[in-house]
Design a binder for this molecule. Structure first.
Ligand SMILES: [Zn+2]
Ligand SMILES: [Zn+2]
Length: 254
């Protein structure tokens, strides 16, 4: 099992792709830049797991469904919190802004199936990886995740401001092997980070201190591209080994 980055930014420009990661071959975490995945890889995807319904995380959902509707005979499951799915249904795939793909049948079944992700229980996903959703401090139905495979756990913050429960749940796991944490703004924009329920390096450092004594690799994502250089100069997070996720980066569950 692995996490492989397709896009890792919290906004887009010529250099940066919106958030989308492969969790193994059959699940996507968010779909911001999912349309950039080659067709033969996209054909293997059964589920998109959404952290929340902000545009940078869902933008390409409509375009991969557009491609799937004419190329395959099985549905794509879109999974997320109740609030997140409700926003996607009401404001995106609503038959106005983009088609309501639940009304388009392929071999008698809708090409899009929404599935509610329960909080704070382990849910088995395609590819035998388990996921636990934990509410975090961010709008649009946001959840952070714990992913568990072969008794190894990766903590994935999603978009969030300072939060507690996710790290507490992570500390209850026997073998956390990596943390993926958002850092959207530089320290000079700490007040904007706080106001928009995001993190800057100093806030992320405080969050990682909640992980207790786990000396695990930390992977940073979701930076606003125009602050990339400034953020990278500030990424010494509590002395933990830190890497910046970019397209092609991989985290292995080993
Ligand atoms: Zn975002
Ligand atoms: Zn967001």
């Amino acid at each position: 099992m692995f996490i492989e980055v397709i896009g890792s930014c919290g906004s887009k420009n010529a250099e940066c792709r919106l958030v989308c990661m492969k969790l193994g071959n059959r699940v996507l975490i968010d779909a911001g830049s999912a349309a950039l995945i080659p067709d033969e890889e996209l054909d293997l995807v059964d589920m998109v797991l959404l952290t929340h319904a902000h545009l940078d995380h869902i933008l390409d959902l409509g375009f991969i469904l557009d491609s799937m509707v004419s190329r395959r005979g099985r549905p794509l499951v879109v999974m997320g919190s109740e609030a997140c799915l409700s926003i996607v249904k009401k404001h995106y795939m609503n038959g106005l802004l983009w088609p309501d793909f639940t009304r388009i049948l392929i071999e008698g079944k809708p090409i899009l199936e929404y599935r509610l992700l329960a909080d704070e229980v382990w849910t088995l996903l395609p590819g035998d990886v388990e996921c636990m959703a934990v509410p975090v401090n961010h709008p649009a139905g946001a959840r952070g995740f714990l992913f568990r495979y072969n008794e190894k756990t990766v903590v994935y913050s999603g978009d969030t401001g300072p939060t507690d429960k996710l790290w507490r749940m992570a500390n209850e796991q026997r073998d956390p092997i990596a943390a993926v944490i958002e850092v959207s703004f530089p320290n000079s924009k700490r007040s904007i980070a706080m106001a928009s329920d995001h993190l800057c390096p100093s806030l992320a450092s405080d969050e990682l201190n909640k992980l207790g004594s786990h000396d695990i690799p930390v992977h940073v994502f979701h930076m606003k591209p125009w602050f990339a250089e400034e953020i990278m100069g500030e990424l010494d997070l509590s002395g933990k080994p830190v890497s910046l996720l970019k397209p092609g980066s991989r985290i292995e569950f080993t």
